[in-house]
Design a protein around this ligand. Sequence first.
Ligand code: ADP
Ligand code: ASP
Ligand code: MG
Length: 412
Amino acid sequence: MARLVMKFGGTSVAGMDRIRNAARHVKREVDAGAQVAVVVSAMAGKTDELVALCRDASPHFDRREYDSVVASGEQVTAGLLAIALQSIGVAARSWQGWQIPILTTQTPGAARISGIDGERIVANLVARNEVAVIAGFQGLSKGTGRVTTLGRGGSDTSAVAVAAAIKADRCDIYTDVDGIYTTDPRVVPKARRLDRVAYEEMLEMASLGAKVMQVRSVELAMLKKVKTVVRSSFENPDSPRSGTLICDEEDIVEQQVVTGIAFSRDEAQITLRRVADRPGVAAAIFSPLAEAGINVDMIVQVASDDTVTTDITFTVGSGDFDRAKAILEKTKAQIGYAALQGAGGVAKVSAIGIGMRSHSGVAAIAFQALSEKGINIRAITTSEIKISVLIDTAYTELAVRTLHAIYGLDEA
Ligand code: ADP
Ligand code: ASP
Ligand code: MG
């Protein structure tokens, strides 16, 4: 008997009609004989609304209370979907994170799943013969005994973690697009749907801005080898299409050099001028930022010709920009630099593909194409399977479309 996890995102449960439609997808699988655990998000926009209420209550709100407020969105949709299932003759029961329990670390607003008793869920599925509808995004901190949430987009991670815990044959992520595309189809209408994408590529795409799956969920799927499919909940539940399978690279027959283009507009650039060129200076800059929980990316160090000083440039998320600058100004004496320059309004555009490992000249093609469009590159980083360029935000769409075309990804 197949065992499945079916996850429905915010737009897929945005109102009662959508919830009823999701219920029909679940019924199809149950009728086909599968054991099903469902994971739901809050209704689209609900979590934003709850976050705004917390901010309204106090700009310096207690993060533990934030968790208890924002976790409520998923409680509602879990219950409503269970009712919708029952009303079409499918036995179902809703479960909140603490009832499973989905155990997590303590960090409010950004907890990580530390354990799920899969056998207990399975025993329940078998003994009761009913669909378990689990509230995504939320868990229970073992340390504090309080409700926690997993960070925005965290229901994806709940779903993959449950799938791993119950050894599901597949984890289906139902969303508002019918799979993973070569880039965000809302920005580039010529984007193509991929039949398959490798875990590593999906991980890069998610980390570099494609918000279709939470980064942590892809990490977990890769680590636990969860067969994950991204597919649409909007199509007719009686004639579903296959979506995109996230799988091992060995399972991809026709490998392109570049598989996809990702972008993130929420970046800021910081440059430290004339930093003392001595051992320990990078640690002096980046350790305090790390301690403050600020993620740093695209670090570029310029070798200066006098070898006494150097320039260091890096990016942070725009939400961390002011905090990062304040920390660096406070530690100016310890670091030893002449000037700090910061620029908001920058975007990171990346080309990703495991085929890059065995092809040279991939980056040069991008640089040439961008220069022909008059787009200035502020910083570059590369890894084995990706190239990222930092540009002015105003050129984001043009850059994404240009790279999408030059790497042969446009739909014919
Ligand atoms: P859900 O509410 O179901 O979790 P999300 O909004 O989190 O849905 O993710 C789906 C969205 O991700 C799509 O509507 C699409 O605009 C966006 N997206 C970004 N990059 C991609 C991509 N490469 N392929 C498909 N969708 C993408
Ligand atoms: N509802 C949560 C959010 O909007 C979790 C999720 O949808 O995955 O971030
Ligand atoms: Mg999402």
